[in-house]
Design a binder for this molecule. Structure first.
Ligand code: NAP
Length: 491
């Protein structure tokens, strides 16, 4: 059980303490398990403040069966009725924003300011799809012969499974559940083991909003056995996954025998290209946001910063000043800019990438080694070799590296020299440069003179090994719909 002291101390006090939940949500019931619970810790204090049940495969199957049972009635509801329930869910999330944000900071470590922004961002998908539910249209195709009508209707895909990562504990599941439920699908969602509590709190508010039993279940426990039930099931018709490319590929393979639909939001290795004609303040602001949001633990984080040699020294000086002013520490402390990293592996990866770049000729401009615990000091390196680990792999931490370039062709070639293609960023004041880079760069999203591109209104997703499918916008709804073509003769 979670101790009251753990709940109500200064760091994590939740005014609605029933949002700190230690049970899974299966078929409309809050459920425990016979197995030993899994502890959830606070990445800053390292205190274990929560726990979740380790469900058996039979319990996960129960969630799948309940989703199948609930599907026909949910799919038959009027879109407006589904939208009204989503709207109530959105309202409850906003009413409980502070508690949800505290829970995110407690289990994920991100700064409370960013946790509040995540609640707004994630809730925005529920808001958007509450309306979008009623805006799904079919087609009439001009008939090739007299007396026929060719109609295309949309219908919900069916039971969907969702598996999400720890870096945005609320937004990643909201981005999936909102369009799925709006389209008339039911869902079984598995939260990440490191940050499962926010998803449970979200489900609690969904229950209060009137989401019927079985329409949304949350199955907690160890990933592999849960994944096995969800991927092998014939009843589950779609898997929507956000996480690493390695696990995404494994799950896609596991889904192949049952030919499930897939949405895969996978790893990134985003380049930021800064040209000589860029506005310096805009370039620095873009780099700050694109690199350090969520402590660098974002799939769209600028992992590689390519700067044209004419502006490079001025950019490194100005960016270095900002980076050296940043403070990493307790996410509940207003004086801090960023919180801790998620775990020791994350610290080790940042340290490895920094040391690899330095030993291959990079220059330390600001920051340095981790002071201990899970704190990683915001760090800037310059003169990073183009083949350093820092530019080749997703660092997922507050370490920025600058690589110089001479021509646009060089910059685009280096930017595209990766198997990933999620986001990219370009800073320039020349419309022709922006247009050519926008055309030639291989990524699903491009930020021009901004590091902040995510919104429920636009399609989020990648190309190459960054994934399949889109989340957000009307394209996000289509991910949860099948097309049915009806050929009506004899008219
Ligand atoms: P991860 O290790 O791939 O885990 C993601 C999810 O998959 C977690 O819920 C994890 O469960 C689960 N999982 C792991 N092994 C599994 C298995 N055998 N069967 C079923 N589920 C399994 O990724 P992560 O470290 O949490 O997240 C970071 C990665 O996510 C980065 O690469 C980042 O770029 C990517 N990401 C992409 C996007 C996007 O939109 N493209 C957004 C955010 C993050 P446990 O936690 O229980 O192990």
């Amino acid at each position: 059980m979670i101790s009251k002291a753990g709940v109500n101390d200064m760091r994590g006090s939740l005014t609605e303490s029933d949002l700190l939940i230690s049970k899974a949500y299966v078929a409309g019931q809050w459920t425990g398990s016979d197995a030993a619970p899994i502890a959830v810790d606070d990445p800053f204090t390292l205190e274990e403040f929560g726990e979740i049940p380790d469900l058996s495969q039979a319990q996960v199957q129960q969630a799948v069966d309940a989703a199948a049972d609930a599907f026909p009635a949910w799919a038959r509801k009027l879109p407006k009725e589904r939208g009204d329930i989503l709207r109530r869910w959105f309202d409850l999330i906003i009413a409980n924003k502070e508690d949800l944000a505290r829970l995110i900071t407690r289990e994920n470590g991100k700064h409370l300011r960013e946790a509040r922004a995540e609640v707004d961002y994630g809730a925005g998908f529920i808001d958007f799809y509450a309306d979008e539910a009623t805006r799904s249209y079919g087609e009439i195709i001009p008939a090739p012969v007299p007396g026929r009508r060719l109609m295309v209707e949309t219908e919900p895909v069916g039971v969907c499974a969702a598996i999400t990562p720890w870096n945005f504990p609320l937004a990643m599941v909201a981005r999936k559940a909102a369009p799925a439920l709006a389209a008339g699908c039911t869902m079984v969602a598995k939260p990440p083991e490191l940050t499962p509590l926010t998803m449970l709190a979200l489900a609690k508010l969904g229950e209060e909003a009137g989401i019927p039993a079985g329409v949304l279940s949350i199955v907690t426990g160890h990933a592999a056995p849960i994944g096995e039930v969800l991927t092998k099931s014939q009843v589950v018709r779609k898997l929507t996954f956000t996480g690493s490319t390695h696990v995404g590929a494994m799950l896609a393979e596991a889904c192949a025998p049952t030919i499930k639909r897939l949405s895969l939001e996978l790893g990134g290795n985003a380049p930021l290209l800064i040209f000589d004609d860029a506005d310096l303040d805009t370039a620095v602001e873009t780099a700050m946001v694109a690199k350090f949001r969520n402590c660098g633990q974002s799939c769209v984080a600028a992992n590689r910063i390519y700067v044209q040699n004419g502006i490079r020294d001025r950019f490194v000086k100005a960016f270095g000043t900002k980076v050296s002013e940043m403070k990493a520490g307790d996410g509940f402390d207003d004086a801090m800019d960023i919180g801790p990293l998620i775990d020791e592996r994350a610290i080790a990866k940042v340290d490895e990438h920094r040391e690899d770049a330095l030993s291959n000729g990079a220059t330390l401009i600001a920051g340095g080694p981790s002071p201990g615990g899970r704190i990683s000091v915001p760090t800037l390196l310059s003169d990073v070799p183009a083949n350093a680990k820092l530019t080749q792999e997703e660092t997922f931490g507050p370490l920025a590296g600058v690589v110089g370039f001479d021509t646009m062709e060089d910059a685009v070639r280096m930017a595209n020299d990766t198997p990933f293609g999620l986001a990219s960023y370009v800073c320039s004041s020349d419309p022709a440069t922006i247009a050519r880079v926008g055309r030639d760069i291989e990524s699903g999203m491009v930020g021009v003179n901004t590091g902040l591109i995510s919104t429920p209104l636009a399609p989020f997703g990648g190309v190459k090994m960054s994934g399949l499918g889109r989340e957000g916008s009307h394209h996000g709804l289509a991910e949860y719909q099948n097309l049915k073509y009806i050929c009506h003769a004899g008219l």
